[in-house]
Ligand binder design. Structure first.
Ligand SMILES: [Zn+2]
Length: 109
């Protein structure tokens, strides 16, 4: 398992996401236009930006969590049952803290 390579990919991705989230926050702080028609468009953009922001924030948290798990040496182990996570699964989903079994149990609930 080439954790170092995956880790540097996650660090890169995190930087991109933080940048994007900064841009979204800037948009959300823009002063609303005074023209009501423009205001309607502005509000729609706001909603899109907010939804995007939530997704970006969730991704950022997932990556930070995975990086912490890498640093503590827990990355390859399931957070729920402690079993080793299948390396193929980790390669495909490097931010997952759960083995396939626990992840599918969680989805059922
Ligand atoms: Zn598990």
């Amino acid at each position: 398992m080439q954790m170092d390579r995956i880790k540097s990919e996650l660090v890169d991705k995190l930087a991109t996401l933080l940048q994007r989230s900064g841009r979204i926050t800037e948009h959300l702080r823009d002063t609303p236009p005074s023209d009501w028609e423009e205001l309607a468009t502005f509000r729609e953009d706001d909603e899109v930006a907010e939804a995007l922001d939530d997704i970006t924030r969730a991704e950022i948290e997932d990556i930070k969590h995975a990086l912490r798990r890498m640093d503590s040496g827990d990355w390859e182990y399931c957070e729920s049952c402690g079993d080793e996570i299948n390396p193929e699964r980790l390669r495909a989903l490097p931010t997952t803290p759960l083995c396939i079994r626990c992840a599918s149990e969680r989805e059922k609930r």
